[in-house]
Design a protein around this ligand. Sequence first.
Ligand SMILES: Cc1cc2nc3c(=O)[nH]c(=O)nc-3n(C[C@H](O)[C@H](O)[C@H](O)COP(=O)(O)OP(=O)(O)OC[C@H]3O[C@@H](n4cnc5c(N)ncnc54)[C@H](O)[C@@H]3O)c2cc1C
Length: 540
Amino acid sequence: MSGGAVSIHWFRKGLRLHDNAALLAALKGAKQVYPVFVLDPHFAKPEFVGVVRYNFLLESLRDLDKSLRTLGSRLYVLKGKPLQALEEKFKEWEVTRLTFERDTEPYAKLRDTQARELAEKHGIEVITTVGHTLHDPEQYIAKAGGADKIPLTYSSFGTLFRRLGKVPAALSAPTKEDFPQSSTLVRTDALDDHRFDVPSLKDMGYEWNDDEHEVRFPGGETEALERMRRHLQRKAWIAHFEKPKTSPNTLEPSTTGLSPYLKFGCLSPRLFYHELARVYAEYRDHAKPPVSLHGQLLWREFFHMCGYAVKNFDRMEGNRICRQIDWDTNDALLAAWENARTGYPWIDACMTQLRREGWLHHLARHAVACFLTRGDLYQSWEKGAQVFDRLLVDADWHLNSANWMWLSCSSFFYQYFRVYSPVAFGKKTDPSGAYIRKYLPQLKAFPDKYIYEPWKAPPGVQRSCGCIIGKDYPEPIVDHAEVSAANKARIRACYDALKQAEKAKKTTTKDAKSSGGASKRSSAQSSAKLKKTKTASSKR
Ligand SMILES: Cc1cc2nc3c(=O)[nH]c(=O)nc-3n(C[C@H](O)[C@H](O)[C@H](O)COP(=O)(O)OP(=O)(O)OC[C@H]3O[C@@H](n4cnc5c(N)ncnc54)[C@H](O)[C@@H]3O)c2cc1C
């Protein structure tokens, strides 16, 4: 074949054709383009990635393949370790250009550096772009003056965000015409080569059980765009959306439900941002951050920046912004929480929805995260984040870690004395417990009066409801009033100890300075720093 590049566009996140700068770079002046996704069987394990999310991924790949075929191309799904799989194809396909969207998680950053080195060793040009966030996380850091100077409150992040200027416009998807000589881009035999087809769940070692799981969010760009457009048609709803006013226990999501699509990049955050702006332009009194939908995208942006800039963001140790708290370790309590066996119907219904659908409303996430950590069970937020990371269809390393730190009062939010009640919280928006009745059918016959506290129902009522507490459904695993009071005292003691340590450090530094030898070493304990920071808004 004569002149022009032979490109691999490597899809990882960014599973879309619209607003895909790296894909467009692959197409530019190319004589051949291979859109590739590498499935690493190492991660295709229910203990790492739950079946609901894996199914979403495969559906998204199928959708991508279908869309590419309408352009005369296809998706090439390779299996194996990404670097090995790519290197094989570099040689076989005589590749001259590799393009991909930059990824910001620690594992992905290392993988991408190695991929770049490997490609360059083969003399392959590498083009990377940013498309998973509104702005490049590097730009925030540069503007802030370094990774250790990034803002750690939402309001100061808002200032930094504005200093970066306009959010870049979303790019259009390539059309058939953008694929130069599209009919020759892909050898026709490759279109029928089933070696590269998207595998089934079963092929990847997963079992789907209709009794246990439900597809609430079908994967793919097509579905993402349709969902976004459906929401955008409800202009007044978009314009006046205020997150704290949405309900955590409606039977259909009361928020957009776009998180799985943003997580996998089936939907460009820039496209969503600009589409929202068009609606806002029609309403003078539209809602504003932090509670508006733009505000939600800014939370996403803020936490992505933090996760990118702060080392060990997904753990307590060595994480400079995470307060060190003396969490307990009790596997039985953790298992009861994870398996919806706490005896608190509101908490157990949420955990059932999570396992079944891979999704929970934000405030339901608040409720179960608070319950596991500072509220009731006093287990480490890291353990809870790991469970979420496995079960959520929208599991996102940055957002999950950040929100768990928030809810456990380890970072961003410090009002440890404000604890959610596992009884009263859900009742506020769903007094008759329709949500509990859906996810915990064993309780469905209980009168409204007892649905949040079935252990209070007299034995005769329990018998007539066909559910004996302690036999058919657990007794409450802890006494909320008792443990939450004790936990508040424990967190307060941790905060006080950290304050003392900070004070002592300051005195030592002052003494060292006055004796002429100021220590510049910033200890890992600066993670415990108790600056009088303005508490970030709890309205989100
Ligand atoms: C303990 C805990 C863990 C969480 N883990 C994740 C996670 O792994 N992945 C994830 O996408 N979200 C996570 N969230 C944030 C939030 O709950 C979800 O983004 C939201 O519920 C998704 O529903 P939605 O798309 O309808 O949100 P909408 O309210 O419609 O918001 C639109 C988009 O804004 C972003 N967004 C909204 N709220 C937040 C937030 N608090 N932080 C960051 N971004 C936000 C999401 O991308 C969301 O899709 C977590 C929250 C908590 C409390």
